[in-house]
Design a protein around this ligand. Structure first.
Ligand code: SAH
Ligand code: SF4
Length: 369
């Protein structure tokens, strides 16, 4: 069976062409899938009955199934999704007054092993398919709409999720072949129709793939910097040994030639005593001098045996002020969903292990929502 969520716009057009259908059929089905969130072919009522019957025999709509659904006190909501073989990934919905953001995963686990990341600690399990990546957005929109979510843009007929950030589990550029078709689906007018500025991909710095993304599907770019020198970054973000800072900064500048925004967002996790000293701020200012950028300082989210601690609030503020004094736009990320472990870098860490044990023991998981 062909999972229709696996097909990016061009592939969906080809799927229908191969069946002798006109291109507008693909667009029609795409709108059913990605704008009305149809759960099966039978509900696509403006398709002729014989076509529906034929489609039902060869195609299905399959998003990852939900293992657990939890909502934090601040409204942040986390879906734990089955990735098979005891693996789980997460999608996190972050509601705000003027937008709905979904943080999406691209891999079960991650091979890049950044020192402070609980996803990295799990090791790499597998790449998610395009359908599993698109399925996260499909599922969030479908669920929120069915529950009657309100908001000015929803009342005006737009989907609940207005912004996507590829900042969940995994390194999206290490799963380029499945991530880019998903991005194209997010952007397509007959699918989610999001503007390139509202889709952000975060990478730890896979330089050749940053160039490919620029050429094939530029969206807003966030780069996980976390250290201003190669010596320190080699330790914190091991991929730096392969793609050091000078090449990474050059790739960012090249990216900006085609990017939908005129800056790159640098993420910088604040680790107590490791990368949060005044000297680090000064080195960082020098490093990014020639790259139009914004700095996003992320309070470290601790997890058991991480070996790191969160920088004190005052030190984060001082660090931000040092950057601002040098003319750099610097913000401190508000932590969201703390009480359900939904914040950056915590995704499916502890939860994953617990769930794995439950799956192994075949104990049913009851939705906590
Ligand atoms: N692999 C990609 C995207 C997923 S991680 C990347 O590394 O960019 C999303 C962000 O969360 C990255 O900036 C990552 O460095 C950060 N992060 C990872 N672990 C964290 C932790 N424990 N606390 C705070 N941020 C963390
Ligand atoms: Fe992978 Fe990103 Fe975690 Fe590094 S920070 S281990 S690249 S998910």
């Amino acid at each position: 069976m062909q999972n229709l969520l696996d097909l990016e716009p061009a592939a969906l057009a080809q799927f229908f062409a191969e069946r002798g259908e006109k291109p507008f059929r693909a667009r029609q089905v795409s709108r059913w899938l990605h704008q009305r969130f149809a759960g099966d072919v039978a509900s696509m009522t403006d398709l002729a009955k014989p076509l529906r019957a034929a489609l039902a025999g060869v195609a299905e709509i399959r998003a990852p199934s939900v293992l657990r659904d939890t909502t934090a006190s601040d409204g942040t909501r986390k879906w734990l999704l089955d990735a098979g073989n005891g693996n789980a990934v997460e999608a996190v919905y972050i509601p705000e007054d003027d937008r709905g953001t979904l943080c999406i995963s691209s891999q079960a686990g991650c091979a890049l092993d950044c020192a402070f990341c609980s996803t990295g600690r799990q090791g790499f399990n597998r790449n998610l398919t395009t359908g599993e990546i698109v399925g996260q957005l499909w599922h969030a929109n479908r669920t929120l709409l069915a529950e009657g979510i309100r908001g000015p843009w929803v009342d005006a007929g737009r989907a609940p999720i207005t912004n996507v950030v590829m900042m969940g589990m995994g390194e999206p550029l290490a799963n380029f072949d499945n991530v880019v078709p998903a991005l194209r689906t997010f952007l397509d007018d007959n699918a989610y129709g999001l503007s390139r500025r509202r889709v952000t991909l975060s990478t730890s710095g896979l330089v050749p793939w940053i160039d490919r993304l620029r050429d094939e599907c530029p969206v807003a770019l966030a780069v996980s910097l976390h250290a201003p020198t190669d010596a320190l970054r080699d330790r914190l973000v091991p991929i730096n040994r392969k793609h050091p800072l000078s090449t990474l900064m050059a790739a960012c500048v090249r990216y900006l030639e085609r990017a939908p925004r005129d800056f790159v967002t640098f993420e910088y996790v604040m680790l107590d005593g490791v990368n949060d000293q005044p000297g680090h701020a000064q080195a960082l200012i020098a490093l990014v001098r020639d790259v139009p950028c914004k700095l996003n300082l992320i309070p470290f989210n601790p997890f058991p045996d991480s070996g790191f601690a969160t920088s004190p609030r005052e030190r984060v503020r001082a660090f931000a002020h040092a950057l601002q004094d040098a003319g750099i736009v610097a913000t401190i990320r508000k932590t969201r969903g703390d009480d359900i472990d939904a914040a950056c870098g915590q995704l499916a860490g502890r939860v994953h292990d617990r769930t794995k044990r439950r799956l192994a023991a075949r104990i049913p998981i009851v939705a906590a929502h």
